[in-house]
Design a protein around this ligand. Structure first.
Ligand SMILES: [Zn+2]
Length: 439
């Protein structure tokens, strides 16, 4: 048994505790409360973190670890050009070995930033190995692509093979899911096949949807750059005469087993669809802003009872893992969008980055709050510096003033993470040379 004391304990599921402590044993939280009340017989070790807050590990509900080394490689492109550049870099220049390095690099970065669980969307499956190696928890969703109806059965067969292999190593808090990528890369037939495969195998799903105006044009009108691109490749484009979210609803893809990513280009009826279906949403405010997309109507979704998590998306579009920045951006964007101070507050943003993320991944019984019985995945945030003092409310301070550099320690199942980055930094530099030589 070890007892960790700090100036603040922020359990999320309960009010923050001044001069609190958590007791950890066997990788699980045993007790959470005021420091003087956490007294255990039998000489438990006591570790003190003066000037710090202890919080649950952040849940980053949307990421692509495999793309980490593309940080800074695809700047100032239109969304379509950005996607094309990404696909080319992935398949022509990176391939398996560099993607593995990239995923490991990303996993290390997550842990350094206080993220202990991710909603990871992976293509080549390298992220799964990296998550297991580094101890990151969460759901790794295997992507599936195929814009032409004719390749749907082949794409599904690939998905089935990958999932069957990966699922052998699943644990209670490290799960496999499936992800039909996006309307511009997935045909109607493949959406339906993936849905049936996921439901019959009890796999959670996640899907990029309603991210851009170009995607809306493709789905609704069969027009715009994505439609042109498909026609140029000989793929038939069918206008659906509805929004992307309505399209997914018509395909029976909205439900409690689906985590929708982005959900920006929606109408008022789509808000009803989100509310009535029990679907989950992950919001990526910084990535959306950087790619020149709009921001999601998060506060309206939350007012309707939709659970919305926070995600960084990949380093090719963010370019940093900093959940403090994401929380800040989420609050600021909602207040700008609505003109209302009440649209989103720090406490809600903090829940989005922790317990709501865990709910979106279906893991809220195990992670996402400092609750006795849950895994001891927690983070120590140093609030003693000049950029965070004085502290009146630790959550307000963390959301509005803190940064990933204030993460003092990350614990996974009660063990402090201690990672050496020297080899990965060397490998990332070599990949940079390969990418620069290739373009
Ligand atoms: Zn994404």
């Amino acid at each position: 048994m070890t007892i960790y004391e700090a100036d603040w304990i922020c359990p999320v599921a309960a009010p923050s505790i001044r001069r609190g402590a958590i007791a950890v044993d066997g990788g699980r939280l045993r007790d959470v409360g005021p420091a003087e009340s956490i007294q255990h017989i039998g000489g438990a070790r006591r570790v003190r973190f003066p000037g710090c807050a202890i919080i649950p590990g952040f849940v980053n509900a949307h990421a692509h670890l495999e793309l980490t080394v593309l940080r800074g490689f695809l700047e100032n492109r239109s969304f379509m050009d950005w996607i094309l550049g990404l696909v080319q870099a992935k398949y022509q220049f990176l391939q398996y070995d560099a993607m593995r390095t990239s995923a490991e690099f990303g996993a290390l970065e997550m842990l350094r930033a206080g993220v202990t669980a991710v909603g990871e969307v992976m293509d080549l499956g390298m992220s799964w190995d990296a998550m297991r190696e580094f101890g990151l928890q969460g759901v790794a969703y295997q992507e599936v692509f195929g814009p032409a109806d004719s390749v749907a059965s082949e794409s599904l067969a690939g998905l089935r093979t990958k999932v069957d292999r990966l699922r052998r190593d699943e644990t209670e808090t490290l799960r496999i899911g499936a992800s039909p990528h996006a309307p511009f890369t997935v045909s109607k037939t493949l959406y339906e096949a993936t849905r049936d495969f996921a439901r019959s195998n009890r796999l959670p799903m996640t899907a990029h949807i309603a991210e851009s105006r170009d995607e809306l044009l493709l789905v609704r009108d069969g027009a715009g750059p994505f439609a042109e691109g498909q026609r140029n490749r000989g793929i038939e484009v069918t206008p659906r005469h509805c929004t992307p979210v309505t399209y997914l609803d018509a395909l029976d893809l909205l439900g409690p087993d689906m985590l929708l990513i982005h959900v920006i280009e929606i109408d008022d009826q789509d808000l009803d669809r989100l509310q009535n279906s029990g679907v989950f949403v992950v919001h990526c405010p910084k990535s959306n802003a950087k790619l020149g997309h709009r921001t999601a109507r998060v506060s309206e979704m939350q007012e309707r009872g939709v659970t919305v998590a926070l995600g960084t998306d990949s380093m090719a579009s963010n370019n940093s893992v900093d959940m403090f920045e994401e929380m800040r951006a989420a609050v600021f964007h909602q207040r700008m969008l609505t003109g209302r101070i009440q649209a989103l507050d720090a406490a809600r943003a903090f829940r989005m980055a922790t317990i709501d993320g865990a709910k979106c991944l279906g893991l809220e019984d195990h992670i996402g709050s400092l609750t006795p019985g849950k895994r001891a995945d927690f983070v120590v945030i140093d609030l003693s510096g000049v950029s965070t003092q004085p502290v009146y409310d630790p959550i307000e301070t963390m959301v509005y003033s803190a940064a990933r550099g204030d993460v003092k320690a990350t614990f996974l199942a009660g063990r402090e993470v201690d990672l050496d980055d020297s080899e990965l930094l060397k490998q990332a530099a070599a990949i940079r040379e390969r990418l620069l030589g290739a373009v």
